[in-house]
Design a protein around this ligand. Structure first.
Ligand SMILES: [Zn+2]
Length: 143
């Protein structure tokens, strides 16, 4: 990568230019600086943490993280995926007899997605949940 201010070549992932001292994390954020977050941890870890408590941690990271598009994607995807599943469970569970069955199915789906999403995010992969993933991507593009 190159320093945005003085144009000198600097090692990949350098935070401050050794030559002129420019903050490279801020100016190069859109040019593949995805490992940089404003919550002070790597994007993988922050992405994983978006899912730990479902939509609750999604909202927390959406509020805290202002810089990393990948973390904000995971935050939005967590809110949508687990938000919808939570609402579905609340609507379905009061149904006599079948409610228990439906909410168990929703619970199993949520659990499987929860594991997959945390593993994928922890590995730095942008695994998209059908529909919810596309929705999250659009939210991130709008800013
Ligand atoms: Zn420089």
């Amino acid at each position: 990568m190159f320093c945005a201010k003085c144009g000198k070549e600097v090692p990949e992932g350098t935070r401050f230019c050794p030559d002129c001292g420019a903050d490279l994390g801020g100016t190069q954020a859109s040019a593949g600086g995805n490992s940089e977050t404003s919550v002070g941890m790597s994007a993988n870890v922050a992405g994983l943490l978006c899912y730990v408590l479902g939509w609750i941690t999604g909202i927390i990271f959406l509020v805290l993280e202002k810089k990393s598009a990948s973390v904000r994607f995971h935050a939005w995807q967590s809110i949508m995926t687990f938000g919808v599943l939570t609402v579905a469970s609340l609507i379905l569970s009061p149904i006599p007899v079948l409610g228990v069955f439906f909410s168990s199915v929703v619970g199993i789906i949520a659990f499987i997605l929860w594991i997959i999403l945390m593993v994928q995010a922890g590995n730095g992969k942008k695994w998209k949940v059908p529909w919810a993933g596309d929705w999250a991507e659009k939210r991130v593009q709008k800013g």
